[in-house]
Design a protein around this ligand. Structure first.
Ligand code: NAD
Ligand code: WQD
Length: 362
């Protein structure tokens, strides 16, 4: 008798966090249907993920299927669910990374953000419900906590008050997911994962953070300074209420995040668990200032990072660090990689991507 196959639909799987999670899921035996519009990624990433996974050549093709498409495309989603739901297989859960993620861009193009993030998620949830696929892992963000200038660890039940359109889309999606859980007649199981500051890369350096367009986040900018594409780093403010005056954040290695997704997925799939709804902060619980990150990056990678101080950036907070006790106790997640590994792996991956592009051009 043929074995019944459990598929996982991973949206946005070609992106930064999605691609690293694919490796962990593949290594743990899941069969993946990967849907990505490639608006902020490329198909090369999928090929590299397959090469990195420890599967044999033949098995790879059957264990990961890539589909280029948009989560807002209802016909495509119906087609995917019809294709992979029959007497021999079904899509048992969706891990939903797809969405637009730039705070700055969201203030310039709010409609695109509401459409892609909120309409896209509603579309996806409607089709899931139609096919009775009711297990959902969602990529949320620490940005929903809004202004927190108290320098205290942030807990999941702290006030939600996002101050930019991007964060507001995540908040609204979380509210929709709350509504689904309150429905009496359906059996949704949902994990909301609120990432703090994802960074680092797979140790091979073959995949990493490769957003199209100019980055706004600190680590990708530091990489550009290290590569001498930018003369110096602009540090936004040295007068914050923190020990050295620069902003403090909770940087988390993307491979630790990937393992968090695996554990969250397994939690919601296990119907013996007490709760069918978990909301978890994913960070390390340790704060690092901009100057500390610059210093660690310089030392670990033996490269100078020139910087200058400039005015505070609109919308920034002094301190954003997670209380991760819920993730530890509920899904037994313990991030293992430290700041040095984040700096080393980020730089290694950045240099490799640059080298690869250079060789392709010449
Ligand atoms: P990313 O841009 O690298 O990955 C997102 C992927 O989704 C990309 O490959 C993109 O092409 C795809 N995509 C975007 N819109 C789509 C659509 N409508 N249909 C299909 N595919 C679409 O971003 P990431 O850093 O990997 O983030 C993944 C998720 O995590 C996002 O939802 C993001 O908002 C969230 N998040 C990211 C961070 C971070 O700092 N990276 C922090 C918190 C939360
Ligand atoms: C970190 C620190 C800056 C750039 C954002 C989103 C959040 C999440 C993660 C998606 C701050 C300082 C930065 C620079 C600097 N993404 N900085 N010079 O703002 O904590 O979070 O990314 O969900 O939603 O808001 O991350 O990397 O932009 O900034 O001094 O050129 O680095 O002021 O203190 P942030 P970041």
């Amino acid at each position: 008798m043929e074995k019944f196959i459990k598929n996982i639909l991973v949206t946005g799987g070609a992106g930064f966090i999605g691609s690293h999670t694919l490796i962990t899921l593949l290594e743990n035996g899941y069969r993946l249907i990967i849907l990505d519009s490639l608006v902020n990624s490329s198909e090369t990433v999928i090929k590299r993920v397959l090469n990195l996974s420890n599967l044999h050549d033949k098995k790879r093709e059957s264990m990961a299927i890539f589909i280029k498409g948009d989560v807002r495309d209802q016909k495509l989603l119906i087609n995917i669910f019809e294709t992979y739901t029959n007497s021999l297989q079904s899509i048992v859960a969706v891990v939903h990374f797809a969405g637009l993620k730039s705070v700055f861009e969201s203030t310039k193009f709010p409609l695109q953000y509401w459409d892609s993030n909120v309409s896209g998620t509603i579309n996806l949830l409607k089709i899931m419900e139609r096919f009775n696929c009711l297990n959902f892992v969602f990529s949320s963000s620490a940005t929903i906590y809004g202004t927190n200038n108290k320098n205290l660890l942030i807990k999941e039940n702290d006030v939600i008050n996002p101050i930019n359109p991007y964060g507001q889309t995540k908040d609204v999606i979380e509210r929709i997911l709350n509504n689904l859980i309150s429905e009496k007649n359906k059996k949704w199981s949902i994990a909301i994962l609120r990432y703090f500051n994802p960074t680092g890369a797979h140790k091979s350096g073959l995949i990493g953070e490769n957003s199209k367009g100019f980055p706004n986040n600190l680590m990708p900018i530091i990489n550009k300074v290290a590569f001498r594409e930018i003369k110096e780093l602009e540090i936004f403010g040295n007068d914050w209420n923190t020990p050295d005056g620069t902003g403090v954040r909770d940087y988390i290695h993307v491979m630790d995040l990937a393992e968090g997704h695996l554990l969250a997925l397994e939690y919601i799939l296990d119907k013996n668990n007490k709760s069918n709804f978990i909301k978890l902060n994913l960070g390390t619980g340790t704060g690092t200032s901009v100057l500390e990150l610059v210093d660690t990056f310089s030392r670990v990678n033996d490269v100078e990072i020139p910087y200058k101080f400039s005015a505070r950036r609109d919308g920034d907070v002094s301190y954003s660090v997670a209380d991760i006790s819920q993730a530890k106790s509920k899904i037994n997640w313990n991030p293992k990689r430290n700041l040095k590994e984040m700096c080393r792996d980020s730089w290694n991956s950045y240099k490799k991507q640059k080298d690869y592009k250079f060789r392709k051009l010449h």
